[in-house]
Design a protein around this ligand. Structure first.
Ligand code: T1G
Length: 704
């Protein structure tokens, strides 16, 4: 037999156990071994029924995603062919679903004659999250089992269901206990044989059309419109499910293949599959010795009960980790705890939390006014005012009171973590944990590795971040780390084009048409023009040579127009309405005259090129300096912290898709075309030049 499928006959039952670590991905080897095992069972007259089981905690994670960018998925037996081949079996096949059956894994189970599941079983067709759709019969067979509406939900929104729901929907024939699950599945197969139970095929099943009409699909389409704006695959999923109500199984499978191929070879599919692997690459710390073990984080101290501190505290309470929340005054502490409770109450109202869970979480957060209460915590996160002197005082104090081995983290967004670490006698235990606001909502967490940060401290914070369900990205030290450093040129070009004659609305529309939920100028009005102004204090020297740098923002700031919080920024805000403000256009015209900047028409294409390519150019520098380990880390920062359109996979993936030679050529064009501004800000990054000349992509470049 093969080493990826164990074949064993127990009495009348042939058991094919999938054994391709780690997730039984249906790559060519496993597909071939399944066919070989199946053929052997069919050829053996002593075998009366077949059980397909898994040797891993997961039943089967579906097709091997690595194969989509190559012809390997066409290596015979192809998965669509193999599922139809199994469906035609002359002997009953039982799928013993002990864990996640996802994508092709569920499609494999659907062509078995019967399905039994353990309590740990999960069922899903998440292909739409990869920019594709189920391509081995899922869009045609699932509706035949559970109907159109539930299938639309599972296929077009990647909804995963458990064993109970699967039983209720008729997706499985029996839910069996966890202990001795395989034995029970074999017993189930023996009973089929004893009862002379029939083999089945979806070809004999119709999709229930009860209550199904065009409105069913239109209403569903409308229900997911906001979340799937700009995505191509969800509509194709809807079309495929619709086809299952109109065509025979054979014709429906042909239609499904057509729609699959329409989705697969697209920038969106490549982008979403890139993100899938990017999310798994972040755990790889180059050069980390295998012997390094994480420290135990049982209790956490947080300094500052403001918006950030309170939000951070919630992350740990949600993960069941006790928190000591320290403030300087009782009233600040009371306010902070009250805000936390209020946030939880919103979740209860939305049905995301029960009252009991609210009280449990609140019970895990204890307030304090004394540093002494931090003497035994394993990790402290400082979330005080963004002022270096204040942070230095805090860390000097922490150095005095915290136990040896406690990790001391700063939540700074911009400040130099090395300088903060130098305030302690234990710089090896100091690290940056840059949470994004609101911290109890945003998944992104930049872990800032200071020069002296110890390896086990870095590993501990990475593991802890994942435990509190964050997406951690490791950054080296530089102004703004990865995200804010690249956000700066994005903002610089957006506001510079307002100075050059574009209206804020024109710039923002180009960006929302590109896929951002909000354009930069709307975002900065939301975040606060004063916040950006304050952040630039740290780089005023580097900006001194360009009097036009963010000059509109500086003027708006000095006029007290901070954005939404003052009802005026780049726009006027009346209630929830954002209204264009002619005064801003006049301010830009006057400033352009002052600075001798010629005003002109600015196209949407120029808006996208100058904002995106400036970010990408900065990203190349970040890679080259080793501030980021890999380009996909940079992409995760922008996808999870800055609203970069998910269907484009992040700025560096977008650059790889456009082609680095094209990006370089356009950066050089603007360097020449934009006078002083071009000379100041469009110098191509050396790594971009190198990779473009070598015909490579950012994906090819990784710190080893
Ligand atoms: N293909 C290739 N590699 C995969 C994989 C897959 N389907 N699933 C997981 N891996 C790798 C992953 O990259 C990681 O690698 C390791 O396995 C452990 O994964 C025709 C077209 C199953 C819930 O979308 O959701 O079927 O980093 O860290 O947290 O219709 O993996 O160790 O090198 O995620 O326990 C549809 C994708 C495919 C499911 C397990 N299936 N996988 O989570 O482990 S398309 C999916 C997951 C398809 C057919 C279509 C999760 C998991 P490395 P992990 P986990």
């Amino acid at each position: 037999m093969s080493d990826v499928v164990n074949y064993q006959v127990q009495g009348d039952i042939a058991v094919l156990t999938l054994n391709s670590a780690p997730v039984n991905g249906l790559g060519h080897a496993l597909r071939s071994a399944i066919q070989a095992g199946f053929d052997q069972a069919i050829a053996d007259d002593a075998v009366k029924a077949i059980v397909i089981a898994s040797a891993h905690k997961i039943f089967c994670a579906g097709a091997d995603i690595n194969e989509f960018s190559s012809d390997k998925r066409f290596a015979k037996p192809e998965l669509p062919w193999l599922t139809t081949y199994l469906e035609a079996s002359s002997k009953p096949i039982v799928a013993a679903i002990n864990g996640a059956a996802l994508g092709g894994g569920l499609e494999l189970a659907l062509v078995c004659d019967y399905r039994v599941a353990s309590p740990a079983a999960k069922f899903g067709l998440p292909e739409v999250s990869l920019g594709i759709l189920p391509g081995a019969g899922g869009t045609q067979r699932l509706p035949r089992f559970i109907g159109v509406e539930k299938s639309l939900e599972m296929i077009a929104t990647a909804k995963i269901i458990g064993a109970d729901a699967a039983l209720e929907l008729g997706l499985i024939d029996a839910a069996l206990p966890a202990e001795n699950f395989l034995e029970a599945a074999i017993e189930f197969a023996n009973k089929l044989v004893a009862d002379n139970a029939p083999v089945k095929t979806c070809a004999d099943m119709d999709v229930s059309k009860e209550g199904v009409n065009d409105a069913t699909f239109d209403d569903f389409r409308a229900s997911i419109a906001r979340k799937t704006k700009g995505y191509f695959a969800p509509e194709q999923c809807i079309q495929a499910v619709k086809a299952s109500t109109e065509l025979s199984l054979a014709d429906g499978l042909k239609k499904e293949t057509e729609l699959f191929e329409l989705c697969n070879d697209t920038p969106q599919a490549r982008a979403q599959q890139h993100v899938f692997f990017a999310q798994r690459a972040i755990s790889n710390i180059p050069g980390l010795d295998k012997s390094v073990a994480p420290r135990d984080i049982k209790t956490v101290g947080i300094i500052g009960a403001g918006t950030m501190g309170g939000g951070i505290a919630m992350n740990f309470a949600n993960a069941g980790i006790p928190v000591v929340l320290l403030e300087v005054k009782q009233e600040f502490l009371d306010r902070g705890l009250a805000n936390i409770r209020k946030n939880y109450e919103v979740s209860v109202k939305r049905g995301k939390l029960t009252e009991a869970q609210l009280e449990t979480n609140m019970g895990l957060i204890s307030g304090s006014l004394s540093y002494d209460d931090l003497s035994d915590v394993d990790l402290v996160i400082e979330a005080v005012f963004e002022n270096m002197n204040i942070k230095k005082e805090v860390f000097a104090k922490l150095d005095e009171v915290c136990k040896q081995g406690a990790i001391l983290a700063t939540n700074t967004s911009y400040l130099d973590v090395d300088e903060i670490a130098a305030q302690t006698k234990r710089p090896q235990d100091v690290i940056g944990l840059h949470f994004f606001s609101p911290a109890n909502v945003m998944q992104l967490l930049e872990i800032v590795r200071a020069t002296k940060t110890a390896d086990d401290v870095l590993l501990t914070t990475l593991k802890t971040a994942q435990k509190i369900r964050k997406i951690p990205v490791i950054s080296g030290i530089c102004w703004g780390f990865i995200g804010n450093r690249m956000f700066e040129p994005y903002g610089r070009e957006s506001t510079r084009m307002v100075l050059e004659g574009a209206t804020p609305a024109q710039v923002d529309k180009a960006l929302t048409d590109f896929g951002f939920a909000m354009g930069f100028l709307s975002v900065i009005d939301l975040a606060g023009i004063d916040v950006g102004f304050f952040a630039r204090e740290g780089i005023r020297e580097q900006l001194a040579h360009d009097p036009s740098y963010q000059v509109i923002c500086d003027k708006l700031n000095n006029l007290g127009r901070f954005g939404q919080k003052t009802s005026r920024g780049f726009y006027i805000y009346e209630g929830r309405d954002r209204i264009e403000d002619p005064e801003v256009v006049e301010l830009a015209q006057a400033t352009a005259q002052e600075l001798n900047v010629a005003q002109r028409e600015v196209s949407a294409e120029e808006v996208i090129e100058r904002t995106m390519y400036s970010m990408i150019n900065e990203g190349a520098r970040i890679l080259e300096e080793g501030v980021a380990y890999r380009s996909s880390d940079i992409d995760l920062v922008f996808l999870n912290g800055y609203g970069f359109p998910g269907h484009r996979g992040g700025p560096m993936q977008y650059a790889d898709e456009v082609g680095l030679d094209k990006v370089l050529e356009r950066i050089r064009f603007y360097q020449a075309e934009l006078g002083e501004h071009g000379k100041n800000w469009f110098e191509p990054a050396p790594l971009l030049v190198k990779l473009a000349q070598e015909g490579k992509s950012f994906k090819d470049y990784e710190v080893k």
